[in-house]
Design a protein around this ligand. Sequence first.
Ligand code: PLP
Length: 378
Amino acid sequence: MVDQIPAEGSIAPDAKVVPRPRPGVMDIAPYVGGRASAPNVDRVMKLSANESPLGASPMAVQAYGQAGDGLNRYPDGAAKDLRQAIAGVHGINPDQIVCGDGSDELLHLLALGFAGPGDEVLSTEFGFVVYPMVAKSVGATPVQAREKDFTVDVDALLAQVTDKTRIVFVANPNSTGTYIPWAELSRLHDGLPGDVLLVIDSAYAEFVETADYSAGEALVVASSNTIMTRTFSKAYGLAALRLGWCYGPTGVVDVLNRLRGPFNVTAPAQAAGIAALGDVDFLMAVQDHVASWRPWLTRELTRLGLQPIPSVTNFVLVRFPGGASSAAATNAHLAAQGILVRDMDAYGLTDCLRITVGTEEEMRALIASMEDHLGTTS
Ligand SMILES: *Cc1c(COP(=O)(O)O)cnc(C)c1O
């Protein structure tokens, strides 16, 4: 006779025996993204996640739509055409590119491949909250070097390197919008032991206009321990698709290809990415927009008596002389009007807010609302 299937609720769970995660997993604070909604507000202006104010390239949107015809087929697991397109645009070797489900996935895989319990993973205090998260996820110990004037301090980083250091993550530009010049990046590399992996996260590279900046391609070519990560989430406006890539030495690329999921990048993401790379005019329009509205935003924030940190990205970190309570009150005032910006509590910068460069309408509405609020409270 077939056993009776027990009625729902008839098996008492034994609370003493439950699956337990590996040590350290519960120390990971889950990632909190930029807020996307506010209570009692219909229309929001989302300036909290450094997304593109101009959407995505129409060519990318069209390619994404056309990919709908092939949803029953697995994607090309090697993302060959996409890697070829990236290689063409950047003048690099497609065999040394790995694409990922956002660059976040690649950061995770680098930690998985190169660090573990007992190892240290080094980054800077305002790098990117994901770095300590990925370190903990593999059981390694995150170590953070202080920054100077919200900027990566190469000497402080090098001073934290020990014989346990396996990976150094540097966001350049970092999460405060500042950057270090090529010469400093190169000096950092030269100061690291050859068996330490240097990960240069150049998520905002497309926005940087200064001549002394480099996203890191040349360091990858010139060394065997440097890898550069990039994303389609910011300047290309494809955050929803989750598409990133990295360019690294053959040995590191080989490790990533063993660890990644066999079909880690969806077919619509590959198609849209290729189309986006082909739409140079659209990328330039985004760059032009940010290049004119970032200085405008910075000037207006200064006019309001605040302290914007000079940024080379599509966002501006602003410090409130009135401290954490002033920043929080301003944030609440903006949110009540549907204007969503980012608090920086995850970085310990409670007296700051971070604002994405949005459309002209969004920028003017933001400043008007801040002026309203600060004019009545100061
Ligand atoms: C936005 C961002 C990324 C991009 O992440 P994706 O997973 O590609 O969307 C990576 N690094 C930094 C510092 C970022 O701000």
